[in-house]
Design a protein around this ligand. Sequence first.
Ligand code: G6P
Length: 607
Amino acid sequence: MCGIVGAVAARPVQNILIEGLRRLEYRGYDSAGIALYSDGQIKRCRRNGKVQSLADALAENPLVGTTGIAHTRWATHGVPHERNAHPHMSADILAVVHNGIIENFEVLKEGLQEKGYTFTSDTDTEVIAHLLAEHLKTEPCLQRAVAHIITQLEGAYALGVIHKDAPDQLVTARKGSPLVIGVGIGENFIASDQLALLPVTDRFMFLEEGDVAVLTPSDIQVYDANNNRVTRKVSQFAHGVSAAEKGEFKHYMLKEIYEQPAMIKACMEGRISGDRLLEQCFGANAADIFDQVKQVQIIACGTSFHAGIIAKYWIEAFVGIPCMIEVASEYRYRPVVIPPGTLFLTISQSGETADTLAALREVQSRVLASLVICNVPGSSLVRESDLCLMTNAGPEIGVASTKAFTTQLVALMLTTIALGRRNDLTAEVEAKIIRALKALPEQVEQALAMDKDIEEMAQSFAEKHHALFLGRGTLYPIAKEGALKLKEISYIHAESYPAGELKHGPLALVDKDMPVVAVAPQNDMLDKLKANLQEVKARGGQLFVFAGSDRVQSEDATHVLTMPDCDEIMQPVLYTIPLQLLSYHVAVLKGTDVDQPRNLAKSVTVE
Ligand code: G6P
C-alpha cells in the first residue's frame, strides 16, 4: 500500500528519489519522506500530505548525498502524520523504509521498550529500525543483521535500509510485498515497481520471497531465505518508457481509457492464429491441466471481481462446467468445499492484492491447479500460481482500473475457449468468439467516439447524491462496474442491480433525483429490461440507456445513447467504455482527484 524507492550511486540521488516517489504516488499519498547518507550522518526530511509537500521542503533545504531511501505512505498503523511518515530511524544511525505490515509488531515493540528504545511513531515499521539497531550491537555486517531480524518479523515486508557506517550500501529485503531492483551502470536502485525507476534504468531484477540484497554503486549481491548467495535474472522492461507518462491527456485515467483498443489488441497478440486460440499461451503444461478441469473457482477483489462474474457466465455458457466466484476477503476465511478437478482462477491487475494472494496460498495444495490473470509480470500471484495469462495492458497508473479490466475480460474469454474446447465448445463457436474478439479494438474505438455526448450527459449527475445502475445477463456485472467507477472517483453513492431485482427493493428509491443508468443487451433479454425501465419511468426517474441501434427509443425522461454494433458475446467489453467515460467526466465536473481518489490505493497489499 506504500511506495518505496532507494538509490546508491556516484551522483546525488535526492531528485531521482523524489521523481521515483511521484511515480509511486498511486500506491499511497498521505505522507512522504526521504533519508540520505550525508557527511557521516543520516539526514531525513518528512512531510504530511502529497510528495509535492516533501519536494517543496527539499527545494528550500536540499539534502545532498549519493545513497538514500524514500517512501510515500498509505496509512495502516497510525494516522497520516509527519511522525508516522517513513523513513523511520533508530538512534540516528540507520533509516528504514517499509511497505507491508508487521503483524507481531506489538510484541516486538514491548520487548524493545523493555530494552530502553523510545518509539516516536505509531507505526509497525519503527520496530524494524530498533530491532536492527539492537542486533547491530553484536553484528557488524548490515546485510547479516537485516537477514537476522527479518526472521523475527511476521507479516509482509519490502524494506530499504541505509546505515551511517555503510555510506555506499543500500540493503533491501522482501517477503509478501513487491520490490524490484533497478540495475544501472555505476548505480543501482530499488523500488516498489518498475515505473518508479524508468527515468534511470530499464533493466530489472525481481527478488524472491525472503531474499535479502546488498546494493552498492557497482554491485548487487542477493542472498536467499537460507542466506545462500544466489543470482536472480535481470530482464528488460517490456513496454516503452512513455507507457508511464500522461502525454497529452489531462489524467492517467483518461489516457488509459483511450489506450484500450491498443491494449486489447496487445492482449490477443501471439495468442490467436486465424480463428483458433493458441493455447500454448498458457504455458507448456497448461494443456495437461486443462484436460483434467471439472469446475472452476474464481477469486478476486474490486474491479477484478466484476471481471470474474462475467467469466462465470461465460464458463457456464460456453464450457458447460460449474463455476463459482467469490470475493477473496470472504473466501479466505471460511471453510470452503473444493471438489476434485478444481481450477482455482485468480484475477488481479496488480498481482499483489493481499486477500487474493492469501486465498491462493490457503488452497494451493488442495486444488488441481491455479491460474492467474494478471497485468504485472513478476508479481507475487504470477510467481506463485501454476499457470498465468498476462493481460499485457501496460502500466496502469489511475487508481480506478480501466484498461486492466477490459483486458482481463479478453484474457478470461481466451481461458473460456481453452476450457471449452475440452467440453461443450465447438470449433464453429470458437471461430465466432475469435471473430468477436478481433472486432473489439475497432468497436471500442467507436465507443470512445461517444465521449462528447457522455461529457454532456455527465452534467445530469454532477449535482446528484445517488445513482442506480441496471443491467441483465453479462451486462449486470458491467452495471456493477459502472457504479463502482462512479463511487470511486466522483464520490457519488451508486448502487447496481440486476434489473429483474428492481421491484424487490431499489424501486422504492427511484424519484426525479435518482438518475438510473441501464446497459441494455442486444439480445432477447432486451424486452425484459425494457419492462423494468417502464417501472422506473412510471416513478418519475430520469433514465439513461446505453443500447444497440434502434432498439430503445429516446422520449421524455429517457435518454438513449446508441452503442456501436457488436456481437453480443463481447458486449461486456464494449459497454464498459461509456460507463468509464461517464464516471470520468462526472469526477472532472466535481473537481475530485481523478487519478488518486481519496482513501483508495492501486495496490492493496494489506488486509
Ligand atoms: C484496489 C484497486 C482496484 C482493484 C482492486 C483489486 O481496490 O483500486 O482498482 O480492482 O484493488 O486489485 P487487483 O490488483 O487484485 O485487481
